[in-house]
Design a protein around this ligand. Structure first.
Ligand SMILES: [Zn+2]
Ligand SMILES: [Zn+2]
Length: 145
């Protein structure tokens, strides 16, 4: 499903030509050599597409939800076959940071996942739970527009 999602983003990239860059795809990796978990992660959406990303503990992988941005041309959105804007399951208050986390249903298992908005919010490895989860600078960054 991740492949389909990436393909969809790639397709949109070509369908919706624009010069502004709103999202970024990176490869993130765990600093623990005993763990070695790594995954492509895309932060943000694009000019025509809004996107929510998070880690599903049920599926043990990063998942995302995409929908057409309000104000985007109807024709383009119809061609891209984007679903309507998802409703959050609810929200959680993070007592340590004071952040409000929106919780959505995983597109695959329907279990809850919390929205991750930026690399700064993703500091711990989702596999071993150790800190030191960071962007692998040896891998190329991908612009999503
Ligand atoms: Zn899931
Ligand atoms: Zn790890």
């Amino acid at each position: 499903m991740k492949t389909i999602s990436s393909l969809r983003l790639l397709l949109l990239h070509f369908l919706l030509v624009s010069t502004a860059v709103a999202g970024e795809g990176v490869t993130m990796k765990c600093s623990q050599t005993s763990c070695g978990f790594r995954s492509p992660v895309v932060f943000g959406g694009g000019m025509m597409v809004e996107r929510i990303m998070g880690y599903c503990r049920g599926c043990k992988k990063f998942v995302d939800l995409c929908w057409g941005r309000e104000g985007a041309p109807e024709e383009l959105l119809k061609d891209a076959k984007l679903p309507p804007k998802p409703k959050p399951l609810g929200e959680l208050w993070d007592a340590k940071t004071g952040a409000i986390l929106n919780v959505y249903a995983c597109p695959q298992c329907k279990g809850p996942f919390a929205e991750i908005r930026s690399p700064e919010q993703l500091t711990h490895c989702p596999d071993c739970n150790h800190d030191g989860f960071a962007v692998d600078e040896s891998e190329p960054r991908m612009a999503i527009d």
